[in-house]
Design a protein around this ligand. Structure first.
Ligand SMILES: CC(C)(COP(=O)(O)OP(=O)(O)OC[C@H]1O[C@@H](n2cnc3c(N)ncnc32)[C@H](O)[C@@H]1OP(=O)(O)O)[C@@H](O)C(=O)NCCC(=O)NCCS
Length: 184
């Protein structure tokens, strides 16, 4: 599986990606906003993740696409991840999630990646509704969802425990519908 945008390639992860994934996600500024990523994050954790993705890649139809992000100018190194998970083709629904190496924040990279995942979800997978759940205090992710046209549906009180910090968070629920995306 491979998707391309102007600056990026989004592709299935491979064993060789475990090293850069470990290097970049072993950062509390990232894992404190993610649900199930431990801190510290070891090579063993990264290898588990890559193997988990390899199992998901074998499913037909797939219920998730958890893709590595590489820059076209630097194609060997994964600098982040963006995924469509919980795909329920019967319901027409799925969830989006993402993280990016801190060195690359605020350059529009994740907006570019997520836009591509949205069009793939609506046009290729024919889904109807996408959600982004984000911890209420996560300004970047909540801002990204808003920028991409997602509607804030409400706050799920104390809905999530962050694995890296052990903290309990309220979770903001954002959604985007296929007909809203088409209008944009
Ligand atoms: C969330 C994350 C992926 C954003 O990646 P990014 O490439 O920096 O995002 P973009 O540059 O595309 O920013 C898109 C919009 O998001 C918002 N945004 C991004 N970073 C922000 C920040 N630090 N504070 C407030 N708003 C922010 C802005 O509205 C921005 O648009 P603008 O630059 O035109 O103002 C990145 O901050 C990250 O990896 N965070 C840690 C992991 C995480 O939170 N994952 C999501 C879990 S729900």
């Amino acid at each position: 599986m491979k998707l391309t945008t102007r600056r990026l390639i989004l592709r299935d992860v491979e064993l060789a990606d475990a090293e850069p994934i470990k290097k970049y996600i072993d950062n509390i500024n990232i894992s404190r906003y993610l649900l199930v990523v431990p801190h510290p994050y070891t090579k063993k954790d990264a290898l588990w993740w890559v193997n988990h993705c390899a199992e998901e890649q074998k499913k037909d139809p797939r219920t998730s696409y958890e893709l590595g992000i590489v820059l076209k100018t630097q194609p060997r190194e994964v600098i982040g991840g963006a995924g469509i998970t919980h795909i329920d083709s019967g319901q027409g629904t799925a969830e989006l999630g993402y993280w990016l190496a801190e060195d690359y924040w605020r350059q529009g990279i994740m907006s570019e990646a997520v836009r591509k995942l949205i069009s793939f979800s609506f046009e290729d997978l024919k889904l109807r509704r996408l959600i982004i759940p984000a911890f209420s205090g996560n300004a970047a992710s909540n801002g990204l969802a808003k920028k991409l046209g997602f509607t804030f549906e409400g706050k799920l009180r104390q809905a999530a425990v962050c694995k890296a910090t052990g903290e309990i968070h309220d979770e903001n629920m954002h959604s985007l519908l296929r007909n809203e995306w088409r209008k944009r």
